[in-house]
Design a protein around this ligand. Structure first.
Ligand code: DON
Length: 566
């Protein structure tokens, strides 16, 4: 079961106490859960267990993924969802890739300036809290779409564990109890019908929580598939909720929502081939750029904890996020110069501008130029006993999304509209800036950083990886893969490893509190880097295929995450 309850503090004690350029410190390098045939790693032990049982009973990775998705909507409602959206990367046992975009869309009545006040300033709260913040949910259509194409087990059977958990209740973990306690005020402020089942003075770990309305909604979805959400009673309840709270989502928006199979983003790094998500996620392209830039430097020789390594990574990250802000958006609405951005020569030239004697400020860095071609979240990783693999990241955006529970339907709505650029240059809740390519338009999908990724080594399945974390998703996936392929850490060692992140603006390296070696910090400061702490970055859940074919499941100790295999 979950073997990752170690306190991060324990790990910290051993990290980096004597790091220097010459002498690499001892790097803690735990191995995760090892199993022979199949593995599920998700953000909650109950959801992981649901996926495990589906596989044990002969289901495939897609059956397990759909069951885990719906189970997370119950046991981890801050991010697991039916009122949000996400992306899934699927690799069949024969090595074919399918990438599904079930990202939310702007409602048809959304407009470019909908979050600007009378002075033309962004009023952030409107894009993050309450009814106006919600895009049209994509999750249920996404799950129905992948299941219809690849599922083996009956849809109703897959929905059953989630219904059971919602109806019969389950015990809260410490993290879940405190997440609910911390959000009581916005729950009360932003709901038009008080969600009695989650309102309480104080939740304690071990309390039982029930989601009866959600159970009924899930039963309608089990009975009618996508129509159980986008039509009938559930659609009626969503539209009534929107009417009560002056939201924009209409019945037509729901009926017109469809997830889309997108072209996978694939690229090579040394002997590895990585496949990830294309627009409207920026994840795949940004990851490709980061690996192409970093390929110019001898990271392995420098070592994992070396100022040159961190400097090269941070400087590359700045340039990639500058490109992201200028060029990336929903390809159904804007031309994204995918070929230019993923051109090896372009990224080599960008990498050549890195100055190893100093950090460049954000003002010194611009998006690259070329002649354009014409033409709070949760992640889970699954490998089944047949060799199929799923990497899926899904979200409501912020924890509990816009904090609105659809009256009578029992589920939270997303606040994904905040991922649009409400005004050029004005930062969103992740501090990300953007422009025209990611401006709001009716029915457009907001740009994402979600980076569900599958890595092959010499043509064989090698790693399944992804994480939540907003803008830090891209760099956490980058770092987690590098820790294994360049610095030889176990999958678990890599997931445990302290994370850092740069996103160009704000012009700071974000790092995990107390988890950066003081000497390294001083060396990087001398180069001109500025720093800001964050208590933790991401919750990465990953699987590594070991040389003997066994699977190593690595669940992130930063959350309730767990890995189970057989
Ligand atoms: O799509 C995105 O990039 C964001 N909505 C993801 C949000 C997220 O990861 C929040 N979790 N920590």
């Amino acid at each position: 079961m979950n073997q990752y309850r170690y306190s991060i503090a324990l790990i910290l004690l051993f990290i980096f106490s004597s790091c220097s350029d010459e002498q690499q410190p001892h790097i803690p390098n735990r191995q995760g859960v090892v199993a022979e045939h199949a593995m599920v790693v998700s953000a909650h032990p109950l959801a992981t267990q649901v996926g495990f049982e589906i596989l044990k009973n002969g289901g495939n990775a897609i059956d397990a993924a759909v069951a885990v998705h719906f189970a997370l909507a119950v046991v981890f409602p801050a991010a697991g969802n039916i009122g949000g959206g996400g992306f899934m990367v699927y690799r069949t046992k024969d090595g074919k890739y399918y990438t599904l975009d079930y990202r939310e869309k702007a409602p048809n009545l959304a407009g470019r300036d909908m979050y600007l006040d009378e002075n033309g300033e962004v009023s952030n709260q409107k894009s993050t809290l309450g009814h106006l913040a919600s895009g049209v949910p994509g999750s249920v259509d996404g799950m129905a779409t992948v299941h219809e194409k690849f599922g083996q087990k009956p849809w109703k059977e897959i929905l059953h564990p989630a219904i059971d958990l919602a109806k019969n209740g389950f015990l809260l973990t410490e993290k879940e109890a405190s997440a609910l306690n911390n959000s009581q005020e916005p729950f009360i402020t932003y709901n038009t019908v008080l969600p009695e089942n989650i309102i309480r003075d104080s939740w304690q770990p071990g309390d039982t929580i029930f989601y009866k309305d959600l159970a009924s909604t899930l039963e309608r979805i089990a009975e009618k598939g996508r129509e159980g959400f986008y039509g009938g009673e559930t659609a009626r309840l969503i539209v009534e909720e929107m009417n009560r709270g002056q939201g924009l989502i209409s019945y037509d928006d729901l009926q017109n929502y469809h997830s889309v199979w997108r072209e996978p983003i694939s690229f090579n790094y040394k002997k590895y081939t990585m496949t990830s998500m294309g627009p409207p996620s920026s994840g795949g392209i940004a990851l490709a750029q980061l690996f192409m830039m970093i390929n110019n430097f001898p990271l392995h020789q420098w070592g994992i904890n070396n100022p040159n390594t961190i400097h090269a990574m941070a400087e590359s990250e700045k340039m990639v996020f500058a490109d992201r802000a200028s060029y990336l958006g929903d390809e159904d609405f804007v031309d994204v110069p995918v070929g230019n951005l993923m051109d090896i020569q372009y990224n080599d030239q960008r990498a050549a501008t890195i100055d190893f004697s100093k950090a460049r400020t954000a003002d010194e860095i611009f998006a690259g130029t070329f002649v354009p071609e014409h033409e709070e979240t949760t992640h889970f990783s699954i490998v089944d006993q047949y060799g199929n693999a799923v990497s899926s990241t899904t979200t409501l955006n912020g924890g509990f999304g816009n904090h609105v529970v659809v009256g009578g339907a029992g589920f939270f709505l997303n606040n994904e509209m905040d991922d649009f650029s409400a005004k050029p240059g004005s930062p969103n809740m992740f501090g990300l800036v953007g422009g025209e390519a990611n401006a709001i338009a009716p029915n457009k999908r907001m740009l994402s950083s979600m980076t569900p990724t599958i890595v092959e080594k010499d043509g064989q399945l090698f790693m399944v990886v992804g994480t939540p974390g907003g803008s830090t998703i891209i760099t956490s996936v980058f770092q987690t893969i590098l820790n294994v392929v360049e610095f030889d850490l176990h999958m678990q060692g890599s997931v445990d490893f302290p994370r850092f992140h740069h996103q160009w603006r704000p012009d700071k390296i974000i790092y995990e509190t107390d988890r950066f070696d003081p000497l390294l910090y001083e060396n990087l400061k001398k180069l001109g880097h500025q720093f800001v702490e964050r208590s933790s970055i991401g919750r990465t859940d990953a699987i590594l295929i070991l040389e003997d074919g066994h699977l190593e499941g690595a669940a992130d100790p930063r959350g309730d995450d767990s890995a189970i295999g057989f």
